[in-house]
Each structure stands twice: as C-alpha cells, then as structure tokens.
Design a protein around this ligand. Structure first.
Ligand code: BTN
Length: 337
C-alpha cells in the first residue's frame, strides 16, 4: 500500500480522535516531515485535513475526485476486486486499457477508472458517453473458472452488486433489465459491458466494463437518448459522492464475485430476479434478422434468460437486444439503448 493510502486509512480509522504526526510516523515507518509533506500533497488534491497540537490530523472531508490511493485505503486489502486500482484522467475506453493489462499478464482484480473516456462503448457496438468527472466509468479484469457460455453469470452478478451499492448510497431502488441495464423509472442509469477471451471450454480472462451515470446532467446526454437516460443526481436532486459510491460498488462486486466463484450463482440469480423488470413480462428478443416474442420466465444456471415463446417453446437467450413490452394499460419510456 502506498504512503498516501496508508495515511488515509489511518485517518479514516480514527475519525473523531484524530491521529498525531508522531503516531503516524511510527505506524508507517517514515519521518514526521514525510507525513507532513504527504498531508500537504493530499490537501492540494482537495482533501480537507485539519491539524491541531491536541488532536493531531483529522480527515474533515474528501473531494469528489477519483484517487487510486483513496479508493485503495477504503478497502480491507483482502479483496480480489480492487487489489490494484488505477485512475486515468482520460482514456479511449477503460476496457481497452484492461485488455492490454490482461495481455501483459496482469492479475485478476485490477480495476481501471477513467474520469472521462473518448471512445467509451456499450453493447452491440453502441457509443457510451462519459462526460468528465460526472460518472463512474471503469473496468475490471477477472479470470473466473467458468465456461464461456456462463459469462452471463458475471454480468448478472455485476447488476446485483450495482443495485445493492446504489440502494445503500442513495436509497434509490433500481430495476435491472436482462442482461446489462440498470433502470430508474424505465430510464437507463447504468450499463455493463462484458468482453472476454476464451478457449472453447474455459474463459482465459473477462473484462467487466461498468458505466454509472452518477452526476451527469440531462443536457450532457446526446439529444437522441436524453429521454431514455437518467443519472443518480437527476433522480435524487443532489450531487452523489462518486468515491463513496465507488467504494460500495467495489465491495459488493467483490462479494458477489466470491459467491459466483464458490459456485453459488443460485442466490445471486434469486436476488437479481427480485429487482428485475424482465421476468414475468412480455418481451421481444432480436438477434440480427431473427426475433422471438414471448414471456421471460427465469434465469438458468448460466445466467441465460429463459423465454417461453408464443409457440410454447422454452428459448434460452444468451445475447441480442431485449425489449420489455409495456404492461397492458400502462405506457412507459424505453431505456437508454
Ligand atoms: C451498455 O449498457 O451497453 C454497456 C455500457 C458500458 C459502459 C462502460 S464505461 C466503462 C467501460 N468502458 C467502456 O468503453 N465501456 C464500459
């Protein structure tokens, strides 16, 4: 752990009493002058750290910036997801950065955030708009011991983790739409892009790309999707602290990933079904020229969606574009594509 991360962890562990420079210097094995210099650097980044002879240093407030050391200092150091964190001010797509890290042999669990992406992408080749400092745009490298056809377990698990974290930090109950959309009142607030390299029977590595529209303002969405998209700020009416949300998201993702790796996908799938806007609803599923129309019944062990077609067949859906049809007698906007 870096010195900044260790300092922030020590300050967080003693919010009311504060920590003296002497204690910090002893705990961290550096001089008091080195501690003081790091405090000055953190203050430059916007961390409000008070200092008094009586209480020592106290963390008063943290800025709304993403700082790898800060994020690391919030986690317990035992997690897989977030064992290594990088923050870029700008990238093409965080999935591309993680792909390169994977090819260079990085360990699973590394997380790459960007304050903005110039070529953020979504499913089905769509563009993902990532305005600077308004959202959480990040990707995670995973190496689950799963067959490629079970990779949807990870997408579904990520949706469960995001749902928990958003509810814990904002009290908003989001709905999930299979496989990768999080919606509030029918408008998309977050999306998940799972990309993988695999051998016929085994995933070599998987890149879990997540975009959450945290503080995006309506006018920052492209006009053509403005009526389909929303942000946590637009719904709550106030700024949401991105680092606090990122911490909650990483913790929940780690928890769900452990469950999936322990082959406990059933519990994850049950939780997903409780929050989803897809199960029990009339849907159309389109793959290229092909369309299936039916009722979404449940998830199977791979995370595939089981749809009872109008002809009575149970179809196993692993991809494609899903449209959830409005309930009879109720009109609802469709989500961000
Ligand atoms: C979708 O809803 O279609 C998926 C959107 C995924 C967007 C995220 S933002 C971080 C990561 N980098 C990308 O280029 N895409 C994902």
């Amino acid at each position: 752990m870096s010195l900044d991360a260790a300092i922030l962890k020590a300050l967080r562990s003693s919010p009311s009493r504060g920590v003296s420079g002497a204690d910090l210097s002893q705990q961290l094995g550096v001089s008091r002058a080195a501690v003081w210099a790091r405090m000055e650097e953190l203050r430059q980044l916007g961390y409000d750290i008070s200092a008094s002879p009586h209480f020592g240093y106290k963390l008063v407030s943290v800025p709304d910036v993403l700082h790898a050391d800060d994020l690391l200092s919030r986690l317990d150091g035992k997690q897989v997801i977030g064992r290594d964190i990088h923050v870029f001010q700008s990238t093409t797509s965080t999935n591309d950065i993680v792909e390169k890290m994977a090819r260079d042999g990085a360990r699973e669990g590394v997380v790459v955030f960007a304050e903005t992406q110039t070529q953020g992408r979504g499913r089905l080749g769509r563009k993902w708009v990532s305005p600077p400092k308004r959202g959480l745009w990040f990707s995670i490298l995973l190496k689950p011991d799963l067959r490629p056809q079970s990779s949807t377990q990870i997408t579904v698990g990520a949706a469960v983790a995001l749902t928990r974290a958003i509810q814990a930090r904002t009290s908003i109950v989001v709905e999930t739409k299979w496989p990768n959309d999080l919606l509030i009142d029918g408008r998309k607030v977050a999306g998940i892009l799972t990309e993988l390299r695999a051998e016929p029977d085994k995933i070599k590595y998987l890149i879990l790309g997540i975009g959450i529209d945290v503080n995006v303002r309506p006018e920052e969405f492209p006009e053509e999707i403005r009526h389909l998209a929303t942000s946590l700020r637009a719904v709550t009416g106030h700024q949401v602290h991105r680092a606090d949300l990122a911490e909650a998201v990483l913790r929940e993702l780690d928890q769900v990933y452990r469950d999936i790796c322990r082959e406990d996908f059933t519990g994850v799938a049950q939780e997903w079904e409780q929050n989803c806007s897809t199960i029990g609803r009339e849907v159309t599923v389109t793959f290229g020229e092909h369309t299936i129309h039916g009722i979404a019944e449940s998830l199977d062990f791979d995370g595939a969606l089981l749809v009872r077609s109008q002809h009575g067949h149970l179809e196993r859906i692993l991809g494609g574009e899903i449209h959830v049809l409005p309930k009879p007698g109720r009109s609802k906007g469709s989500p961000r594509p």
